[in-house]
Design a protein around this ligand. Structure first.
Ligand code: PLP
Length: 378
């Protein structure tokens, strides 16, 4: 079945009374069957499994094209699950040099205690990647487009290098979703997401997930981590996410269309120094993006302002529709001065703003931005 059909129908849980839409099963515990068999009716205890979580995981596995999905209460909880199941003490992980700052923080400040070392690499530089590989490297994290510089790395090339050394590749597919980018078809072993972003799509639920290409021993370890480690999302959050996924392609297609028009508008603005958007033909990795993202370039744009940090922060507060707030992927448009959201070790340029383009009517969005630029001039 097509992605759009799966996103509506996959993972529907029958409840015996013909509910067309899945109810929310808030119960923590389930009755045994007539013979006292535990789990005889399908479920035991909600930390182990719950109809809403099972439905969501079934849908996520189908959409990403993997054999099994595991859901978590946030994207960071999913990243932690990945680290704690793939990596053993005395092993090594490679992360991109402009990795999502939370994951970089986790790798740099929480994993060393477990004797797990790391190297940061510019994933576009394959020689640097090959150099960074050590005998004990177990996992390479790929994030493309990167955050916030929108660098595009070549997933299949990285996977070929990793495969030749027996290293797993985990792709943070948050910014693209499987509608745009299909890591498993390019050789990745694992995909993970902050479901808080495009999957949730309405900025009202936190979530995370890992999808594994093949049901294997690692899949069992991730399941054990989830249910014994107790890192489980609530039935209500699963229900919300499942509902949101039904409209993923409708939302994202509109967001992408809006983003392309806004990227071109921004490019023509005299106060803008540079526009970072992989859909622009002069983006340095536009050709890889065109192939890898199936001609859909996402709805995230970064810009740098000629007037420096002060002007950037002022501009971010100038609009009515574009709210100055962190996060991304929702139906509403956001703009953010990234550097001031990056905590103690910021790395975004001082004059950089990141835009998450929503589903609003394009003329209203452009007018909002135009007003923001006008206010800078006056
Ligand atoms: C937001 C985000 C995360 C972290 O997810 P949370 O749901 O905030 O915990 C990880 N990776 C990327 C690319 C993100 O944008």
């Amino acid at each position: 079945m097509h992605f759009d059909t799966l996103s509506v129908h996959a993972g529907h849980i029958e409840d015996g009374i013909g509910s067309v839409m899945s109810p929310i099963h808030v119960t923590t515990t389930f009755e045994r069957d007539e013979n006292g068999v535990i789990g005889g009716k399908g479920y035991v205890y909600t930390r182990w499994d719950n109809p809403n979580r099972r439905g969501l995981e079934t849908k996520l596995a189908k959409l990403e094209g993997g054999e099994e999905a595991f859901t978590f209460p946030s994207g960071m909880a999913a990243a932690m699950a990945l680290a704690q199941t793939v990596l053993e003490p005395e092993t090594h992980i490679i992360i991109p040099d402009d990795c999502y700052h939370g994951i970089a923080h986790l790798v740099k400040s929480m994993l060393p205690k477990w004797k797990i070392s790391y190297t940061e690499v510019d994933m576009i530089d394959t020689a640097a990647l090959e150099n960074a590989i050590q005998k004990n490297t177990r996992l390479i994290i790929v994030e493309t487009p990167s955050n916030p510089m929108l660098k595009i790395s070549d997933i299949s090339l990285i996977c070929r290098i990793a495969k030749s050394k027996g290293i797993l590749v985990g792709c943070d597919n948050t910014w693209t979703t499987p509608l745009i980018q299909r890591p498993f078809e390019l050789g990745a072993d694992l995909a993970f997401h902050s479901s808080t972003k495009f999957f949730g799509g309405h900025s009202d639920v936190l979530g995370g997930c890992i999808i594994i290409k093949k049901k294997n021993e690692l899949a069992e370890k991730i399941r054990e981590y989830q249910v014994i480690g107790g890192s489980v999302p609530s039935p209500f959050d699963c229900w919300l996410l499942n509902r949101s996924l039904s409209t993923l392609s409708l939302r994202l297609e509109r967001q992408i269309k809006n983003a392309e028009l806004i990227a071109n508008f921004l490019k023509a603005q005299p106060l803008v120094e540079q526009v970072y958007y992989p859909g622009l033909p002069d983006h340095p990795n536009h050709d890889i993006a065109r192939r890898q993202m199936h001609g859909l370039f996402g709805s995230m744009i970064s810009i740098t302002m000629k007037g420096g940090e002060k002007q950037a922060i002022q501009f971010a507060g100038n609009m009515k529709l574009f709210k100055h707030a962190t996060s991304l992927g929702g139906v509403e448009s956001l703009i953010e001065h990234r550097r001031s959201a990056e905590g103690k070790s910021p790395r975004s340029p001082e004059n950089l703003l990141r835009l998450s383009v929503g589903i609003e009517y394009i003329d209203d969005l452009i007018e909002d931005l135009a007003m923001g630029f006008d206010r800078l001039k006056s």
